[in-house]
Design a protein around this ligand. Structure first.
Ligand code: FCX
Length: 435
């Protein structure tokens, strides 16, 4: 069977031809417009980016290359005895648009094992970071330090042809994905534990290896990690981490620079950091409630307290989605199956009943439903990964698969440097006065 790179090379010519045809026949058609409010409003709904890997429907949620999350859970290869998809499979799917065979996924797992391993200076750099440095800062800084390994940067210096940029971008992508578990685990073990991380195990898949490196040994937690690392990969192109990666990559900054930029964006509380915020917020609620049961009305009062103090309810709302995030739903289903009686899960379920009507009554948010971040923390807590400051790093490890697959496609399609037109308020005032 062809390897990932061979399969991509087979697929690419027809895709390039398709885009060429599309541009020739429909190049002057309008796909989106931008109003004054949208320009001031974060360009919400302005269609102006090409991202091949996934597409988000406001009602239905994400589809990875056309497949919903339940379809991915059904079709993507699993570990032996497992029921959740292997993240190696979604890497293959996002890159090629095809569901891989078990053999292809195994081959990819082995390839990632071969590429694992960090230069000593990166290890000592992470070990020497101050413990108070946020794990997301450590992640971005460590990836930037690894940039010295970039095969794209080296190939560019050697004058490689534009049509071949994708090959070294793919090499960097696979190297980064392979090395991230060790970077992330080293950050975790150094900040919170004994600083020791075992070597990669050639017989384990990528997610199980990551768990061993973090210090966890439960097969059920491996299953959660496989699901977690699959569903956080990609959420089309306009979200901050994907867009930042694409934007920086458009200057032909290599995948290390581009992904590190994406991680700086993921570290914001309105984006990936929300998963950390959700857990702190939920534990805070739990502490306020104590050991007693609480009615929905009482819980609603506590939610109102935060809202009235001007804070957002973390884990709820979304810039594009208008229904419960399917990434939330599949984590809820995992919890119903594996930890139905966990007290924190019960609280998260009660929050799911209470918050949407409260946010609807407040009348500000366009989407009162929970997003992915509202559920991940409770699962991690249950399996003993309790340090919430660290949670966004897990999101970041997964997101590498999506944003870097997308970057490979940017290079395949030889997309140019991104450079939208900006305007001043003064120029707008003048323009509308004149008309
Ligand atoms: N709690 C309270 N108020 C909320 C809210 C929430 N969860 N979500 C939105 N609002 C408010 C906004 O703050 C805004 O208020 P303003 O008019 O006073 O500025 C108003 O409702 C309209 O916002 P809306 O158009 O619905 O949402 P945006 O597209 O501007 O923002 C995010 C979307 C996700 C940033 C917003 O819903 C939010 O802050 N949610 C909480 C943080 C969060 O969970 N982020 C994670 C999102 C995601 F899944 C991820 O990237 O990981």
């Amino acid at each position: 069977e062809p390897t990932l790179k061979e399969r991509l090379a087979q697929i690419i010519p027809a895709k390039i031809e398709e885009v060429k045809q599309l541009k020739a026949e429909h190049g002057d058609k309008i796909i989106g417009t931008c109003t004054v409010s949208q320009a001031y409003g974060g360009m919400r709904s302005v269609k102006s980016l090409i991202t091949e890997t996934s597409l988000l429907d406001p009602e239905e949620g994400i589809r990875f290359r056309g497949f919903t999350i339940p379809e991915c859970q059904d079709k993507l290869p699993k570990a032996k005895g497992g029921q959740e998809p292997l993240p190696e499979g979604i890497l293959w799917l996002l890159l090629t648009g095809e569901i891989p065979s078990e053999a292809q996924v195994q081959q990819l797992s082995k390839d990632l094992v071969k590429r694992a391993g960090l230069p000593d200076f990166v290890v000592s750099m992470i070990k020497n970071f101050p413990k108070e440095m946020h794990p997301m800062s450590q992640l971005s800084a460590a990836v930037l330090a690894l940039q010295t390994n970039s095969k794209f940067a080296a190939a560019y210096q050697e004058g490689v042809k534009k049509t071949q940029y994708w090959e070294s971008t793919l090499e960097d992508t696979l190297d980064i994905v392979a090395k991230l578990p060790e970077i992330a685990a080293l950050i975790y073990r150094t900040v919170y534990k004994d600083g020791k991380v075992p070597a990669v195990d050639a017989n384990l898949d990528w997610a199980a290896n990551f768990n061993r490196m973090l210090g966890f040994n439960s097969h059920e937690f491996d299953e959660l990690m496989r699901l977690y690392l699959t569903i956080h990969t990609d959420h089309e192109g306009g979200n901050v981490s994907a867009h930042a990666t694409h934007l920086v990559g458009s200057a032909l900054s290599d995948p290390y620079y581009s992904y590190a930029a994406g991680m700086c964006g993921l570290a914001g509380p309105l984006h990936g950091l929300a998963n950390q915020e959700v857990l702190s917020w939920t534990l805070d609620l739990q502490q306020k409630i104590g050991n007693k049961e609480i009615t929905n009305d009482q819980l609603a009062d506590l939610v109102w307290e935060g809202l009235n103090a001007g804070r957002v309810v973390p884990g709820f709302g979304h810039a594009v989605l208008r229904k419960t995030d399917p990434r939330y739903t599949c984590q809820r289903e995992f919890a119903l199956k594996h930890l139905p009686n966990d007290p924190l899960f019960k609280l998260v379920s009660q929050i799911y009943d209470v918050v949407p009507p409260v946010l609807t009554k407040q009348g500000k948010t366009k989407n009162p439903w929970p997003n992915v971040d509202a559920h991940s923390g409770v699962l991690l807590q249950y399996y003993g990964l309790k340090e919430h400051n660290y949670y966004t790093v897990l999101f970041g490890v997964s997101r590498a698969i999506g944003v870097l697959s997308s970057l490979v496609w940017d290079r395949i399609l030889t997309l140019p440097i991104e450079r939208p037109k900006s305007i001043t308020t003064e120029s707008l005032v003048k323009e509308f006065k004149a008309s």
